[in-house]
Design a protein around this ligand. Structure first.
Ligand SMILES: O=C(O)CCC(=O)C(=O)O
Ligand SMILES: [Mn+2]
Length: 226
């Protein structure tokens, strides 16, 4: 599926695997995500308290899904609008987790972020998980994006890196709680135009980006308490 030889440590615990998913794996993952979206339609999350809508649309796969609305951020086992359990995590994403996470248990949650051109995700920490011994694994499809990352405090200096379709990023170890976000979605480069236009038709406008983040929420049974 992939080459990890070119892995780059952006910071201790923050590992970028450029081009991890090759064209075949990207096509498989896009197909698997499209099937999941048909079962679990994307929703527009809202900020706790203010109810302000996110620019990113979201859905989930796995036993637990991350949702946000006026009541707060949380993981829950069902879709907030249909009430149905979330669909299975895409097999291509599970294989990437097995290869890259270094974690002995499978992910419980796979958040699917859909970015239309112009959507962004503000600087934040992923901290709604109880099991922080497991990394977060991010997989990107579609248009490239500018990923911003900093330190453990909001005010720490930040840097940015371009994430291309097929890139994987492991956010773990000392980087598990770093602040990070997506500044903007970039125009696809000519030689990578491939799936960007045809990615998830009906769910994502042309030039959009899809990102999956896989997480462990609870420690595996029998694991020492965090
Ligand atoms: O879209 C991305 O690359 C980052 C997504 C992210 O940080 C999140 O879902 O928590
Ligand atoms: Mn995040």
């Amino acid at each position: 599926m992939a080459a990890t030889a070119r892995a780059v440590a952006l910071a201790p615990g923050l590992i970028h695997h450029p081009g991890y998913l090759d064209a075949g794996a990207r096509a498989n993952l896009a197909r698997e995500v499209a099937a999941a979206l048909a079962l679990a339609p994307p929703v527009t999350p809202r900020m706790p308290r203010t109810g302000r809508p996110f620019s990113v649309r979201m859905t989930n796969c796995g036993a637990l899904g991350w949702v946000s609305d006026e009541a707060g951020y949380r993981y829950q086992p069902h879709h907030p609008e249909t009430g149905a359990p979330w669909p299975e995590i895409p097999p291509t994403a599970l294989a990437a987790w097995a290869a890259l996470s270094g974690y002995p248990a499978p992910p419980e949650a796979c958040l699917v972020n859909l970015y239309a051109p112009g959507a962004r995700m503000g600087l934040h920490q992923d901290r709604d998980e109880i099991d922080r011994a497991a990394p977060v694994l991010s997989l990107s499809l579609g248009s490239p994006a500018l990923f911003r990352y900093g330190g453990l405090r909001r005010g720490d200096p930040t840097r940015s890196v371009r994430l291309q379709p097929g890139d994987a990023v492991v956010i773990g170890g000392p980087a598990r709680l770093i602040f990070h976000g997506i500044d903007r979605i970039l125009a696809p480069e000519a030689d990578l135009l491939g799936p960007a236009d045809a990615l998830l038709p009906g769910f994502l406008p042309s030039g959009g980006r899809c990102n999956l983040t896989l997480r462990r929420v609870n420690p595996p049974r029998g694991a020492a308490p965090p």
